[in-house]
Structure formats: structure tokens, C-alpha cells
Design a protein around this ligand. Structure first.
Ligand SMILES: Cc1cc2nc3c(=O)[nH]c(=O)nc-3n(C[C@H](O)[C@H](O)[C@H](O)COP(=O)(O)OP(=O)(O)OC[C@H]3O[C@@H](n4cnc5c(N)ncnc54)[C@H](O)[C@@H]3O)c2cc1C
Length: 442
């Protein structure tokens, strides 16, 4: 557990997008004399050019705001793939970028959970089919490098976004905006700062917004492989006592693997000769896809959890892993990050330039529930796998039994999975709430 904080001063603001807000300011440093070159100016300054930062740049530049993205050169390629849920695909489509990546994406028409824990209380195999809720696919899986390139190209094509290759080192926040201090000695003055600078966010730290952190005794190993048999657009998650082993379609007879293991075992896997590893992967999958050939490098990601104490304040909002971090179970991380961006996009469009410095409060209020629920459910699912406590294993097994046996419950879980929050709204509004089509009709 770790958290940070600072002395708080209260700055009353005039009306508009947000109410008066509390702001930590006592510990902020001011730009030094050496940084007094004329600042770069933009409506929105974004720290970080990962998937969340690029999506935020595309959305806000597409709305007509001037945007500057500040990020250092990447230190290593991102070999991961992302399973985008249908709601994320719809958002990317609205941003006009989905068609640029659609050909490289594999549809996920079915999802299967296999209990490979070998424990006393084992769950039955659970199959979820998109067709059962009237959809062709739950979502699509594609390589992160392709997704990132498409987002970057589309953001550049708006003509209102530029890049600065530098790290943000510090920031000063005022009622009318923020100044980001960059490693090349320059400053960026903006009306709204977006922290998309990942799990160790400098902007989050500079703002005095603390975080709750925790660790897991797990590392995710990722790679892509070709296989002998068709995957039939089905993603399979094997639940093991050390974490999920998830195989996701990536193309014709090609899949990506996210293999979560204890760190020592993960190090062994990452160093294993490819042919030997391919055989091991085939065995783990009980040869369901036949012979396996590894076609990518292997990368490892130590797992951790983190939630920021706030998701926005005044002229600052946090998106992606700067706001929330949890293990890769059920393809939630970047999908949650895209919902951050979706709200940022909507609120910025409603506030206009003048409202940007006060957007943080409203953003925080509207993101807190979704982020809290997703973080808690992924954490619970992960811990239920790791736990040797029999009642926990029994509860997990019963929950999967119920999903297999009770069709309406299964459909509700599937709809909630692809459009989070929709089922709660559905229950509150009734089958045809105000201005909402019924979920079944979606
Ligand atoms: C193994 C694995 C599999 C996953 N699979 C899925 C999936 O299938 N579906 C899904 O939805 N999610 C998935 N996720 C989660 C998803 O990958 C992340 O949510 C997403 O990549 C986070 O993107 P980000 O832009 O928030 O952060 P990052 O990718 O960490 O980007 C941070 C950016 O900030 C920059 N930066 C850092 N410090 C500074 C600084 N001081 N100043 C300026 N810039 C800075 C970095 O250079 C980088 O550009 C997976 C995660 C893992 C680990």
C-alpha cells in the first residue's frame, strides 16, 4: 500500500462545468528561471502516447481542440494484443478510426472458461456465445502496435495535434489551466492536462492525487502463435491455480497467448527455447488447436494493482493506467481506459474551451463507479483463482455453475461484459427506460 498527499488549499471557482474544488498546492514547485523560454500553448496537453493517450488525442483533436502530446520515445515494442469489447469498437468507429484497423482484427464470437485448477471444487466448462445475445461477436482482438499506429495516424490527420518527444517532469496547476514542465527544458501551457502517462504517472504525483497500490505474486507472459486447427473465433481462458492462461484468436489459425504465472515460473517460460515452449503450450491446451508454432518474441509483464484516489480535479483528468491498473483478466484494462476517453471526449465537447479548466471534478464523479466496480471484480476473480481457501473455491465454482445453468443470468452477464453499466441502467429504467432501447434490441 502506498499513497501520497499534500497540504490542501481551497480555490473557489466561478460557475460553469465544475463546482469549487480542493487543490493541493503547497508542495508544487514553480518553473525555474532556466525554463523561461516562451511556452508551447494548447487547449489540451496530454502526457503519454500509449493507447490511452493516443485515443484521448484523437478524440479531443477531432472535436476541434488544439492538442499537444508529450511522451518520451518508447523503450521497447509492445508485443501485446488487445481484445476490444463491442462497445470499444463502436467508440473507435465513431472516432472514424475503426475501419483503419478492422482488417487486422479477429472477431471473438465465443468465449470459453475451462477450470484447470485441479481442485476439489471445480467449475464446469462455461461457454458464452455472442449469438445468444443477438451479436455476431463480443469484440475483436488485434495487435497493440497496429492499434497504436492507427490511433496515431488518425490523430495526426486531424491537423490539430502535435507531438513533443520528451518526458513530463513536473506540473503546476492553476484555476485557469496547467503548465507541464518537460525534460527538454520547455513548458507547455494548457487549459486541461490529461494524465495518460501510465502506472507511475508523473502528472498524478505532481497533482498530489494519491493512489492505492497493491501487488500480485504473478507475471503475465505474452506471445503469438500459429496452430494446426481452426479456433472458430473462440477465445479460451484456462483457469489455473497460478492465474489464467488465455488464448485469443488473432487471425486465421493464429492466436495470442496471455499466460499468467508465478514470477519464477514466468521467467523460466520466457527463457525457454521456442520449440520446447510450443510443445508445452500445446499440452496446456490439451491439443485443442493441434500443433503450435511460436511466431513472435516473448514479453513479460509483472502484475500489480493501483487505483488513483481521484480521477480528476480542476484542470487535470487521469485516463488509462495513470488512473487504474489491474491484471489482464476478461480483457478489461484498455476497454476501461477507452471509457475514460469516451467520457473526457463527451465532457470536453459539452464544456467547450472555456470549461476545460474545470472539467476534472465532473469527470471524477462520473468515472468513479465504473472504475471501482471493474477493479473490484477483476481483483476478486484473480484472487479466487489464487486462493487455497475452500469456501472461496466453492463460491467461484458455484458462480460458474449458475452462469452455465441459468440462461437469463448468463445473458445478463454477457451484456454487462460488452457494455458495462448497461444492465444496471436497464434494471433502473425498466425494459424500455426513458429514451433507451431495450438491451435485448441492441
Ligand atoms: C499482458 C496484458 C494483456 C492485456 N490485454 C488486454 C486486453 O486484451 N484488453 C484490454 O482492454 N486491456 C488489456 N490489457 C491492458 C492494456 O494493455 C492497458 O490498459 C493499456 O495498454 C494501458 O495503456 P496506457 O496508455 O494507459 O498506458 P501505457 O501503455 O503504459 O502508456 C503510458 C505512456 O506514457 C508515457 N510516459 C511515461 N512516463 C511519462 C512521462 N513522465 N511523461 C510523458 N509520458 C510518459 C510512456 O512512454 C507511454 O507512452 C492488457 C495488459 C497486459 C499487461
Amino acid at each position: 500500500m502506498a499513497s501520497s498527499g499534500a497540504a490542501k488549499g481551497r480555490i473557489p471557482l466561478p460557475g460553469g462545468c465544475g463546482p469549487p474544488y480542493c487543490w493541493p498546492m503547497a508542495t508544487r514547485t514553480r518553473p525555474s528561471a532556466s525554463r523561461q523560454a516562451p511556452p508551447i500553448e494548447a487547449d489540451i496537453g496530454i502526457a503519454g502516447a500509449g493507447l490511452a493517450g493516443l485515443a484521448a488525442a484523437l478524440a479531443t483533436a477531432g472535436r476541434g481542440f488544439s492538442v499537444v502530446v508529450v511522451a518520451p520515445a518508447p523503450t521497447r515494442p509492445d508485443l501485446r494484443t488487445t481484445a476490444l469489447l463491442a462497445s470499444s469498437v463502436a467508440f473507435l468507429d465513431r472516432l472514424g478510426v475503426w475501419q483503419e484497423m478492422a482488417d487486422a482484427a479477429a472477431p471473438l464470437a465465443a468465449m470459453r472458461i475451462v477450470d484447470a485448477t485441479g481442485r476439489l471444487f471445480r467449475a464446469p466448462q462455461a461457454d458464452f456465445r455472442a449469438a445468444e445475445i443477438g451479436l455476431a461477436a463480443f469484440g475483436h482482438n488485434l495487435r497493440n502496435d497496429i492499434l497504436g499506429q492507427a490511433l496515431r495516424a488518425a490523430a495526426i490527420a486531424t491537423g490539430r495535434m502535435s507531438f513533443v518527444q520528451a518526458a513530463v517532469e513536473d506540473a503546476v496547476f492553476r484555476p485557469d489551466g496547467a503548465t507541464l514542465l518537460m525534460s527538454d527544458g520547455r513548458r507547455l501551457d494548457c487549459r486541461l492536462a490529461v494524465a495518460a502517462d501510465g502506472r507511475n504517472s508523473v502528472l498524478r504525483r505532481a497533482s498530489g492525487i494519491g493512489e492505492r497500490q497493491w501487488s500480485y505474486p504473478q507475471t503475465a507472459v505474452v506471445l503469438n502463435f500459429e496452430h494446426e486447427f481452426d479456433h472458430h473465433d473462440t477465445s479460451t481462458e484456462f483457469h489455473t491455480p497460478s492465474g489464467p492462461f488465455t488464448v485469443v484468436p488473432l487471425g486465421p489459425r493464429q492466436s495470442s497467448l496471455v499466460w499468467v504465472e508465478r514470477p519464477r515460473e514466468a521467467a523460466r517460460i520466457a527463457a525457454a527455447p521456442p520449440a520446447e515452449l510450443a510443445r508445452e503450450i500445446e499440452d496446456r491446451m490439451q491439443s485443442m488447436l493441434g500443433k503450435v508454432r511460436i511466431v513472435s518474441d516473448i514479453q513479460a509483464f509483472p502484475l500489480a494493482g493501483m487505483t488513483a484516489r481521484r480521477f480528476g480535479r480542476g484542470p487535470l483528468v487521469l485516463v488509462g493506467e495513470a488512473a487504474h491498473l489491474f491484471p489482464p483478466i476478461g480483457a478489461q484494462g484498455f476497454n476501461l481506459g477507452l471509457r475514460d476517453v469516451e467520457l473526457l471526449d463527451r465532457l470536453a465537447g459539452a464544456c467547450g474551451r472555456d470549461g476545460l479548466p474545470r472539467l476534472g471534478e465532473r469527470y471524477h464523479r462520473q468515472r468513479a463507479l465504473d472504475i471501482g466496480l471493474r477493479t473490484a471484480s477483476v481483483d476478486l476473480m484473480n484472487r479466487s483463482l489464487l486462493s487455497a481457501f475452500l469456501p472461496v473455491q466453492m463460491a467461484r465454482s458455484l458462480a460458474l455453475h449458475a452462469l452455465c445453468a441459468i440462461a437469463p443470468l448468463r445473458r445478463l452477464a454477457m451484456r454487462e461484459g460488452i457494455a458495462p453499466g448497461s444492465q444496471l441502467r436497464h434494471l433502473l429504467d425498466g425494459p424500455r427506460g426513458p429514451g433507451q432501447p431495450s438491451s435485448a434490441a441492441k
